[in-house]
Design a protein around this ligand. Structure first.
Ligand code: SF4
Ligand code: FES
Length: 253
């Protein structure tokens, strides 16, 4: 089968060259396909384009049935995590110039979550684990006469890294334990528990530590570091998990 081609728009500066890149995308339509299948698309792109731009070109110019999630296109909403050349990344943050375009670029859905269509998975098991760790502030006292809850810069810094999570699932869906045991809370849920466990204004750390001391909790982590490598926000996920493990052993933050 010859590859479908999506052309690049003319560059404003004629010195800027476009080039043809082959994308091999794992497609799956539950209404037609018994199994996923790989389909090639040739896309004309500029080096400043991102994988998300290529997916848009394919969808808008070649095959409107190609399905994927995206919203912000700027690395903030977390909706376009996918496997690109075998690595979990955000399509909107992956520049074509950073990939080896002498070979096809393989794009498929993230692993470990039920495949719904093409690059879309069912995120509900992921969000169920997130909800279970109580990812919200629990304060048992009322601040004095309308004053805010005071927190020192040093206390805020303790959980600064884990506030950056955008719930993209790149970490959890790169974890081999999660692939084999869908019951494991997974790195993202633990990162979001960490964000509140170590918040000095929160009064529910012990409850969250108890939840994560479960057989499907922090002790399932095998410290493979896949999660830290996958995180598009640069969060030290494995370090956060280790800090939660230590807090579980102490029985307090
Ligand atoms: S920790 Fe990083 S990889 Fe995991 S869900 Fe949050 S932003 Fe995504
Ligand atoms: S589209 Fe929002 S993070 Fe990529």
């Amino acid at each position: 089968m010859s590859n479908a081609v999506a052309e690049a728009p003319a560059a404003a500066d004629p010195a800027i060259q476009s080039f043809l890149v082959t994308f091999t995308i794992r497609r799956f339509d539950p209404e037609k396909d018994a199994e996923p299948r790989w389909v090639d698309y040739d896309v004309e792109l500029f080096s400043t384009d991102r994988v998300l731009d290529a997916l848009h070109k394919i969808k808008w110019e070649v095959d409107g049935s190609l399905s994927f999630r995206r919203s912000c296109a700027h690395g903030i909403c977390g909706s376009d995590a996918m496997r690109i050349n075998g690595r979990n990344r955000l399509a909107c943050k992956t520049l074509i110039k950073d990939l080896d375009i002498s070979k096809p670029i393989y794009v498929e859905a993230i692993k470990g979550l039920p495949l719904e269509k093409d690059l879309i998975v069912d995120m509900e098991p992921f969000f169920a684990s997130f909800r279970e760790v109580q990812p919200f502030l629990v304060a048992n006292s009322t601040p004095e006469k309308g004053k805010e809850r005071v927190q020192s810069i040093a206390d805020r810094a303790i959980f600064d890294d884990t506030t950056k999570c955008i719930l993209c699932a790149a970490c959890t869906s790169s974890c081999p334990v999660f692939w084999t045991d869908g019951q494991y809370f997974g790195p993202a849920a633990i990162v979001n528990a960490h964000r509140f466990i170590f918040d000095s204004r929160d009064d529910n750390a012990e409850v969250r530590l108890d939840i994560l001391n479960d057989k499907e909790g922090v002790w399932r982590c095998r410290t493979t570091f896949n999660c830290s490598e996958a995180c598009p926000r640069g969060i030290e996920v494995t370090k956060a998990i280790a800090e939660v493990k230590q807090a579980v052993l102490r029985g307090r933050r």
